[in-house]
Each structure stands twice: as C-alpha cells, then as structure tokens.
Design a protein around this ligand. Structure first.
Ligand SMILES: [Zn+2]
Length: 699
C-alpha cells in the first residue's frame, strides 16, 4: 500500500497545533506577541484561525476589515508556521440576524430562534448563502495563495436542522426527486397506517413534536434530507474557495458522537476527513482502557470514511472540556497516550481546541494549551510540549495507513432507523455501544479494523461484522452474500434484516434478504428487563474454542438453524433453552456466523479470537496483548510503525516473537528487546522493515 500524499505539500509532517482566536485579543497586542513566543515552546507548527471571526471580518454589511488577518497570516509565515483558515459561517454577526431574520433557524416546534449562540442558521436561506458566499470569495481571493495557508476549514461542526418554510419547500422538492409521485411516497411510507395518506404535496411537512412523528419513513427521509441540505450548503460555501484556490484542500470538523448527519454522504466532498475527539476519560462507567477502546472505534471510522486516507485530529482538549456533565482533568500521561493513539489509528495531526482560553463567554473554562495564568509553566503546557516533541520525532509516519482486514459495519441510516423503532428494549437498543464492543474484541488482539457503512466495498476484507444490521438497503444482501461465497467471514446478530430502506419490515422471515446467507430464521425476538438474564452454553468440542457458559442480557432472538447451519452455542435457560445462540453457515468458500443474543463482552472476545485464528488475520504484534494494552500498525508497505499503548492501570511486559521482526524505537533508533516493558500510560512507537515475502505476523 503506497504512502498517501500529505494534506498539503508545504507541511509534510505530523501537524501539531489548534484553534487560535486572536480575533478575541485584538486590543491586547502583547497577548498575541506572547502567543508567538509560546508557539515554538509547545512545538506548534499550525493553527486554525477565523473559525468564529465574522464580526471581526465584516463588522457591518459590506464593510470588511481584513487588516488583522493579513498581519496574522504574515506573522505566521514569518515564524515558519502554517494556517488552517476557516470560513466563518458557524456563527453570524448580530447585524445579519437583525436585518435578515430568514437566516435564523426554525426549530421542529416551528418557532424561529432569536439571534444568539452559534450553528443557528438556516441552510436553505438564499440570503445566508449569498452573505457567506460573498465573504468566502473575498477570503479565497485574498488568502488563497498565501504561503501560510495549508487548508480550508469550512464552517464549524455542521449540525442541527431548520424547519422554516424555505426548508419545508426544499424538503418537498427533495422528496419529489426521490419518490417521483405521491403514490410512490405513500407506498414507501406505508401511510395507510393511521389514515396518514397524503393527497397533496402541500400536506407533507417535516416531523414535529406537536405534529407527525409516527410515520417512520417520513422521519428517515427527513434525516436524509437534513444531511443532503446541509451538504448542499457546505458545497455552496466552499465553491468560491475551490474556484479561487483549487490547490488548497478543504475539510470541515466532524463530530463522532453526533448522529444528525450521515458523514458517509459527506466524506466524498472533503479532501481530508477531520474530526473533534472528546472522550470522557476517567468517567465512572468504565475503566481507562475501555474508554481508549471506544475512542479507537471512532478513529477507525474517521479513517475509513475516505477509504483509509489519513485523517486530521482537528480538535481535542489538552486538559478538560467544559461541556461534559463532569469535566474531569486528564490525569498526567493521558493526554500524551490519547494523542499518540489518534496517530496510531491514522491521524496525521494532533490539534486542540483551544490554544488560549478566552476571558469571557461559554468556553472560557474549556481546556487550552495556554491558561489564564498566561505562561508556559503549567502541567498542561508541559504535556502538550511533550506531545510536540514526540510528533517531531516520527517523520516516517505521516501518509502511512492502517491495513485492516476486518470491517465492522456501523451505519448511520441503520442507527436512525433503530432510534425510531418502537419495540425491542426501547431504552437499551445501544446500537453504537454494541458495535463498539464487537470492535473492541479485535482491538484487544491488536487486529486493525475499519468501521464502515453498509454501502462500502467489502471485497478487500476477510471478516465483516454487522452488529444489529436492522435495515438492509437494496443491493446490500447480495454483496454480503457474494462476500461470503468468495471466502469471507460474515458475522450478524439479533435484529438483522428487519426493515428496508424505507423502514418497512421485510416479509418472509427475518433476517429478511440475508436469511439464505446466514442460514437462520429468526422467529421471535425477546426483550429482557434489566434484572433478567439468560446464558449461552458453548456446544462441547466446538472448533472456535468457546468454553462453558456466557451471560446474556437485554435481547434474545429465537432462531431456527436452516440449510445445514451448525449450532455452536445454545440458550441455557427459559422456555427457549436448547435453541441456538451461535450458528455457522457454510456458503461457497466462506462462513456466515449469527449471534442471536446480546452477550457479555467475554463471549465476543472468545468468539473473535477463534474467528481470527480461523481466518488467519494479521496482528500488529505477535506478542499476546495483556488486558488494556493496544497495538496498532501504520505502514506504507516498506516500513511498519507499531504503536504499543498501555491503557491498563499497571505496568505490563510483552513477550515479542520472531514474527515481530527486528524492531527499533522509532523515536531514537535504539534496539527493542523482549520483553517490552510498558509503564502505565506509556506509548512506544516501534519501527521495522515490512519484509517483502515475509508472512504477516499471525497468531
Ligand atoms: Zn430553513
């Protein structure tokens, strides 16, 4: 696999920096001068500027004040630094809202918002698009060729939705294009239910808390429209940038925890994926390594959004955020481990929100590299500077990627449909958490995983895991079937194949169009109250290494094994004791496994250890990884970088094997001996030649 080109050839290293808001300090030039003294001390080589600077760029309609930004970019260039320049559409000036109320968003309750906050614009408003376009055109013409500029940062964390009359009209237009005529729409949405049939396009409107909420096809199409319209706004706002400076790449900062937009639709329109990572380290639900594993799941999706191309960690906090329920400090060492973890999973940057804490407003207590005290003698600054030194010592990493043989399907539209489903265990559907637990079982083994949606090319993988694939869109079942027949291993679970792309139930028995591939018929689905449980008993002698019993909770599917499917584990209790929990169906050259119940994580760990062995999956290291230790591989096909990260509470030692090759420390070139010692939170970056012809290390 060849090395990916850098995001911008003028900065072909790992980026280190963050959001910088000198527009809040224009009356304090001594503060800005101090920032330029501190940047090199922190090892910062790039800053993101202008993200919410509209009032400083256009203080009144048509009056532009670019002088401060001219000075800033020149100063960055003189200091040998680079700039990510934002378009300011994420927040509007008050004069714009006052003069053109249509730019303000209308909520689902049909009440128009007042001016305020941010992310409060209508994506359809022609006025807003015109005003944003005019300013963006000036930015592009003025700075498109500036030597400091390496990337456009479009808006900020696009999100939310608008229910104004303009958006309703656009929605109806989008529906006409999608469905053709009203009869087709009525069929797709199953509107004879509760007499919801539409007889005129004017009757069709977005879902509302005091209106329509029972037509799932409508809700699903509305969410699709919100993505389409937000993306349309994005494309309109970056058009002047691409026209004036086609050589400067464009991104926007995504949010993994945000489910309002389908990023899979978005990714093809970005030149590089960037995202904002804010895990709640030290929460009271999980131990540290579990948070690390969950974060890895997010990184693995961001990398997969553009087919393995390295992504940018655009924001993270160097200490704490201000918006979690409890804003715990990252304990010493966690920031460095979390930052290098992002790089291990494919990030070519570590960047922060924010460089310096402002004095007022909602984010004045959000973590920053520079605190209100104003100097570099803080724990946070020292840890940031240490990360800067680490990144500077990894010149071979940028552009390399993560070779994944496993894909976990975590599909946004499927998530939306599951959210809407009335049934199951309504408050404990836990689709993202379930996908993350399946992913974690590979993470614990040092096996790379891509987190993909159901539309992607699956032929490059050896194992595809599709937890709770409730919705199956047209063509997906055929591609999964072909994947298995060609020798792949597919894993499905309870709640598979229940609805189609319009959220209508599949007929003919679940898992619907996958029934023949999976070799089960799921006759009923039982939901258990939190205090109830069941168990899976491994069938003795099974060749996956499953032994004894495993706990089951929340959801239990009552399935029939069909077409010669083998039963590898059975229910131990209740009236369905003895019925299958785990089945294997051999199809063509491959295998389809079905997990019929929600199990304790230990079952997934054992199952995927067995499947990894059966499928001959490559591990980043031959060494067996203790609980809490992660190993991730980045490679360009000539040189491997293996990131070994200890998120366990205690020191660990790894016994390296012959397949691990001749490893050296990537930061100083020193030889690495076995056992490899790891202090708590220690990250080692190891380097080796990718030996041509050498079998990938396998367990
Ligand atoms: Zn609107």
């Amino acid at each position: 696999m060849p090395r990916h080109p850098p995001v911008h050839r003028a900065l072909p290293v790992l980026w280190h920096g963050g959001d910088y808001n000198p527009d809040q300090w224009l009356e304090s030039p001594e503060i800005i001068a101090e920032d330029f003294r501190l940047f090199p001390l922190a090892g910062v080589n790039v800053v993101s500027v202008g993200i919410f600077a509209w009032t400083r760029l256009e203080p009144d309609e048509g009056r532009y004040t670019f002088g401060w930004l001219d000075d800033l970019l020149d100063r960055l260039a003189a200091a040998g630094m680079k700039a990510v320049l934002a378009t300011p559409s994420g927040a509007r000036p008050a004069w714009l809202s006052a003069r053109y109320p249509e730019v303000l968003r209308v909520e689902a309750n049909r009440v128009r918002n007042l001016h305020g906050g941010r992310h409060n614009h209508c994506p359809t408003s022609p006025v807003y698009r015109r005003k944003v376009g005019a300013l963006n055109r000036l930015l592009a013409e003025r700075y498109g060729k500036h030597p400091a500029l390496v990337l456009w940062h479009a808006s900020n964390e696009y999100g939310g939705e608008c229910h104004c009359a303009l958006c309703q009209e656009a929605f109806r237009g989008w529906l006409r294009a999608r469905h053709g005529d009203l009869d087709a729409l009525n069929r797709a949405w199953w509107t004879d239910f509760w007499s919801h049939r539409y007889t005129d396009w004017a009757q069709v409107a977005s879902p509302a808390p005091h209106g329509e909420g029972a037509v799932h096809g409508l809700t699903l199409d509305w969410r699709r429209f919100v993505t389409a319209q937000s993306l349309d706004f994005h494309r309109a706002e970056v058009a002047p940038l691409r026209a004036a400076a086609p050589e400067v790449p464009v991104t926007t900062n995504l949010m993994w925890t945000y489910d309002g937009l389908d990023y899979w639709k978005w990714a093809p329109h970005l030149d590089v994926v960037a995202w904002d990572s804010y895990p709640d380290w030290h929460n009271d639900r999980e131990v540290l390594w579990e948070t690390a594993a969950r974060t890895a799941f997010a990184h693995d999706q961001m990398r997969a959004l553009r087919g393995g191309q390295p992504f940018l960690l655009m924001e993270s906090t160097p200490s704490q955020v201000n918006w979690h329920a409890v804003n715990t400090l990252k304990r010493p060492g966690v920031h460095r481990a979390a930052s290098l973890q992002a790089v291990a999973h494919g990030a070519d940057s570590v960047m922060y929100f924010q460089w310096r804490k402002g004095r007022g407003g909602a984010e004045k207590l959000h973590g920053a590299v520079v605190d209100h005290v104003g100097h570099e003698h803080t724990r946070t600054f020292r840890e940031v500077a240490e990360v800067g030194r680490d990144l500077a010592r990894l010149p071979g990493v940028p552009g390399t990627t993560v070779p994944a043989e496993v894909a976990v399907i975590f599909d946004t539209e499927n998530r939306w449909a599951l959210d809407e489903a009335q049934g199951l265990a309504r408050e404990r559907k836990d689709y993202p958490q379930t996908c993350a637990l399946h992913h974690r079982a590979f993470w614990r083994q040092g096996i790379a995983v891509d987190v993909v949606n159901m539309d992607g090319d699956l032929s490059r993988y050896r194992v595809v895991v599709a937890p709770m694939l409730y919705m199956i869109r047209p063509g997906v079942a055929a591609r999964l079937d072909a994947f298995v027949r060609a020798g792949g291993t597919l894993v499905t679970t309870y709640c598979t194949g229940m609805v189609d792309e319009h959220d209508r139930c599949h007929l003919g028995g679940f898992p619907g169009p996958l029934r023949a591939t999976v070799g089960v018929w799921a006759e009923e689905l039982d939901a258990l109250y939190p205090s109830r449980s069941n168990r899976a008993d491994a069938v003795p002698g099974n060749d996956l290494g499953l032994e004894g019993s495993y706990g089951i909770h929340t959801l239990c599917e009552l399935v029939h094994a069909e077409d010669g499917a083998e039963v590898l584990a059975i229910y131990g209790e209740d009236f369905y004791a003895g019925r299958p929990v785990l089945t294997r169906h051999r199809v063509g050259a491959g295998r389809a496994y079905h997990v019929a119940a929600r199990t304790e994580p230990r079952f997934l760990d054992d199952l995927y250890r067995g499947l990894a062995r059966e499928a001959g999956l490559a591990h980043a290291l031959e060494a067996t990884l203790p609980e809490g230790v992660s190993a991730q591989l980045r490679t360009d096909g000539e040189t491997d970088h293996v990131f070994v990260m200890n998120f366990a509470a205690d020191a660990q030692a790894l016994r390296l094997g012959p397949a691990d090759g001749d490893l050296v420390d990537a930061r100083d070139g020193s030889a690495v001996a076995s056992p490899l010692a790891l202090a708590p939170l220690e990250v080692r970056v190891l380097r080796r030649a990718t030996r041509a012809g050498r079998a990938a290390p396998r367990h």
